[in-house]
Design a protein around this ligand. Structure first.
Ligand code: ZN
Ligand code: ZN
Length: 191
């Protein structure tokens, strides 16, 4: 856990650096971030959140597959997998290269896709919350939810537990669809 806290502090500094770059770009009007929630209509707020979730999911799934290529794994992703049994501190326990690769996508999205500042804030809180929940190693979602159609598409602590145990299954971030499509879902995931 001490190691995890150490790597998390390093990751936080890297994420903050990317945050500072983004803030600088925003101040100079270079991003697609906007402040008036009515600018694109209220319907656009939840839609933009879903679009960002799906783009991030796709980026993360394929980046994660790349990070498990042995040569890349040793340098970039091994630190995260030193936690065989995860704790909430595993959520941001990354090697600096992994932090950089994971942080890259959001500024790129925000240069292109208009996102309300409050939607962005909700997204960042959700992203942090979801990463901690998925590394708890304790299932917090009720069984009825996990057995529902949406629950089967939703990644929980059980799903990510098997990634840390089996290494080559369950690569997803929020949703299971890429794992299902690519046949990388753990056989233990029958719910
Ligand atoms: Zn991994
Ligand atoms: Zn993990």
């Amino acid at each position: 856990m001490k190691k995890e806290i150490y790597w998390s502090v390093v990751s936080s500094a890297i994420f903050a650096f990317f945050g500072a770059i983004l803030y600088f770009l925003w101040l100079n009007g270079k991003t697609a971030i906007y402040t008036d929630p009515f600018e694109y209509g209220l319907w656009y707020l939840p839609l933009s959140l879903i679009v960002v979730l799906l783009i991030h999911e796709t980026y993360y799934y394929w980046l994660h597959r790349l990070m498990h290529v042995p040569k890349v794994y040793k340098i970039v992703h091994k630190v995260h997998h030193q936690s065989l049994s995860t704790t909430p501190w595993t959520a941001f326990s990354f090697h600096p290269w992994e932090s950089v690769l994971e942080a890259l996508i959001l500024p790129i999205i925000l240069l292109i896709i208009p996102l309300n500042i409050y939607v962005l804030l909700i997204y960042l809180i959700f992203m942090t919350f979801s990463s901690v929940v998925n590394h708890l190693d304790i299932e917090i979602y009720p069984l009825w939810f996990r057995k529902s159609t949406f629950g089967k598409l939703w990644i929980d602590a059980t799903h990510h537990h098997y990634h840390h145990k089996e290494f080559t299954t369950n690569y997803g971030l929020y949703f299971t669809f890429w794992d299902k499509l690519m046949g990388t879902e753990s056989s233990k995931m029958e719910k």
